[in-house]
Design a protein. Structure first.
Lengths: 306, 357
């Protein structure tokens, strides 16, 4: 592999978990629910994915377990915020704390155990094409799943009736309710989808990026995913661009350092967050952009008046 | 979360146990750690030491081991929590706990504190550290002999003196074998983030490095080295099981004897504030088996290890020059501990400046 190929491949590996987690959160936020528990759902996915894979020897079982763990965490959040109408911000933060602590507890005896890495696919012939081969036809299966999910979410959200209902609920839950749509049900499903994606993103970290489980191994990626959703102004395709950009900043700064380019490492580490702030400033100055894409009911609780 | 749970549990057990504990008051020892005890590196090293301590003084002491405490204001709360739970001797095991430890110590003069890898003491605050640089000199020599490209990669956390000293010692060792040896340094701004450490390792290998070493805590860089058919060194803990084909040796921290000695001193009232800095000679620093290398390289490494252990050789023996050529130690002169512990510059041959590379 040439240097450029190697760099692109590692950028894809770094970007995929960010994109997965952010995509799930985007769907939840489009329905009007702000779930700050992404980090907690993600880390539960990472530990569940690792344990299930370790015990069965089957990464597929691990992936399913991770998705279920993420959904379980999400259903807890959904129950508390949608059924019991608790504050979403506080509940989301609690979910993150719960996830980090609980995953450390159940994962303690699995820390540093040798894991299994999900293999990259190989299509004879195609994967051998120079440059294009390893990048287009040589990734791990979850990369293709992620790309399919971005296309799928984009299609469903903007080209189908279900997507229209989701956005209606997120933009005006009173009207959506008056039209007969089950606001709580739609939101519950959107939050569950978010949990599944976050769980899968966690599994990506413990089964693809690395092959191990360690406490707190998500290391703030759930928060980057949350920032990405805003960065992308709630549009799936912009999310994909943003995730690759964030991933690329991370990888390229390592290469820049190894090449001896003199930039403070702390500045490079802060760069993704700086970019997010700049984008926030730019989009909040653009009323059209904000009005058309920001879910108007984001973070607001809804109590049906029968 | 876990940390808070443990503090809560400690407080609760104190409240409930007052009556029961009167018969035999156990001496309470607390530990504040930056990572989980299962990190396979730094914190696990302290945990292993604590297990030795419990084995030795098991029925006379009660240990509270707090994990994953962030460096910063949160640490102060954790340390104070331990004081309030009745701990009389408190070890804080990361550089970033230095100021929080001193702050809490000033408030509770009757409690004894021990801070690892720092350089500020107080009447009730001791510093303790291990001379890891001794091991880094040895692995520097091994790297220079084993590398075909003449370039090693070095994954680092934060530009603190301990880390900079390690880089310099590694490089001095490498230069003693190959004067033109090159080092590519990558800062990841974290003590433990396996995915990031792995990415840094991949970037270094993609840039043509064939041996890596690290001053971060997870086993991921070594695993990547094994995946790529390259070599590396274990950090703080024997990481052989994680990468049996890649680990050349590991610098192993062995805190047990120190923890036993200090706890005993605290219990019988002979504890005094000091700045302790033990190494290979005292057994606080150990080298794991020399593997994946030819016999002559292993023999030379063992030889150097013996020389450092006996005190015959000191890694920071002059002539040593800064990058700009300024002499910091004249020919044959050994640098003193204070200049080592406050080291903020690279030696000649290392490119960049600490933290900006």
């Amino acid at each position: 592999m040439s240097m450029a190929e190697a760099i692109i491949v590692t950028i894809i590996v770094a970007s995929t978990p960010l994109l997965l987690a952010a995509l799930g959160e985007l769907v939840a936020e489009r329905s009007g629910v702000l779930n700050l528990g992404v980090e907690g759902m993600m880390i539960m996915g990472a530990v569940a994915g690792f344990i299930a894979t370790y015990e069965t020897g089957q990464p597929v079982v691990g992936i399913v377990a991770a998705i279920l763990a993420g959904m379980l965490m999400a259903s807890l959040f959904a129950f508390v915020t949608l059924v019991l109408v608790a504050n979403q911000v506080a509940s989301g933060l609690a979910l993150t704390l719960l996830g980090i602590g609980f995953s450390a507890l159940i994962g303690e005896s699995y820390a540093n155990k040798p894991g299994i890495k999900l293999a990259q696919i190989r299509i004879p012939g195609l994967s051998d094409i120079p440059f294009i081969g390893p990048i287009v036809f040589g990734q791990d299966p979850l990369v293709y799943v992620t790309i399919a999910l971005v296309i799928g979410v984009s299609y469903v959200m903007f080209r189908t009736r279900a997507g229209l209902i989701l956005r209606a609920v997120g933009d005006n839950h009173v009207s959506a309710h008056a039209l007969g749509y089950g606001v709580v049900r739609v939101r519950f499903l959107a939050v569950l989808f978010g949990g599944a994606c976050a769980g899968l993103a966690g599994a990506y970290l413990s089964l693809v990026s690395t092959s191990q489980w360690l406490d707190n191994m998500t290391a703030g990626r759930g928060w980057i995913a949350l920032a990405l959703v805003v960065f992308a102004t709630w549009l799936p395709w912009r999310l994909a661009i943003g995730a690759v950009l964030f991933g690329a900043v991370g990888i390229l700064q390592f290469h820049a350092q190894a090449l001896g380019i003199r930039v403070p490492a702390q500045f490079l580490s802060a760069l993704p967050y700086l970019i997010t702030i700049v984008v926030l400033v730019l989009i909040s100055g653009n009323r059209m952009l904000m009005r058309s894409n920001t879910p108007a009911m984001l973070g607001q609780s809804f109590v049906p008046d029968r | 979360m876990l940390k808070r749970l443990m503090i809560a549990t400690a407080a609760l057990s104190l409240a409930l146990g007052v009556g029961a504990a009167q018969a035999q008051e156990k001496f309470k020892v607390g530990f504040v750690n930056v990572g989980p005890k299962t990190d396979g590196g730094w914190t696990q090293g302290h945990w292993t030491g604590v297990q030795m301590l419990e084995k030795e003084l098991g029925d006379k002491i009660e240990v509270t081991f707090l994990e994953s405490v962030p460096e910063g204001p949160d640490a102060e709360r954790a340390i104070e929590g331990l004081v309030q739970a009745g701990n009389k001797l408190i070890f804080t095991t990361s550089f970033g706990f230095m100021e929080p430890t001193l702050k809490v110590a000033a408030k509770y003069p009757d409690v004894m504190f021990e801070h690892a890898t720092g350089f500020k003491t107080a009447p009730n605050v001791t510093t303790y550290n291990a001379r890891f640089y001794q091991g880094r000199y040895i692995i520097g020599q091994i790297a220079a002999k084993m590398s075909k490209t003449g370039t090693a990669g070095y994954i680092v956390s934060f530009p603190i003196p301990e880390v900079v000293m390690g880089i310099n010692s590694f490089m001095l060792g490498a230069q003693s074998v190959n004067p033109d040896f090159k080092l590519k340094i990558v800062w990841i701004n974290s003590w433990m983030d396996p995915a990031k450490e792995g990415e840094a390792a991949k970037a270094l290998f993609d840039q043509g490095v064939d041996i890596i070493t690290q001053h971060t805590d997870s086993t991921e860089p070594l695993k990547i080295a094994q995946e790529r058919g390259k070599l590396g060194f274990g950090q703080a803990h024997d990481m052989y099981d994680a990468a049996p084909k890649a680990q050349l040796t590991a610098i192993v921290d062995n805190w047990g004897p120190y923890y036993i000695a200090r706890t005993k001193a605290a219990m019988d009232g002979t504890w005094k504030s000091q700045a302790s800095w033990d190494g290979l000679a005292e057994g606080t620093v150990k080298m794991s088996d020399y593997t994946n290398m030819p016999d002559d390289v292993a023999a030379a490494a063992k030889d150097m290890q013996a020389k450092i252990t006996s005190g015959e050789f000191h890694p920071f023996t002059g002539p040593i020059y800064k990058q700009d050529g300024t002499e910091v130690a004249a020919d044959g002169v050994v640098m003193d501990d204070v200049s080592l512990l406050t080291m903020d510059y690279y030696v000649k041959g290392v490119d960049g400046t600490p933290g900006t590379n």
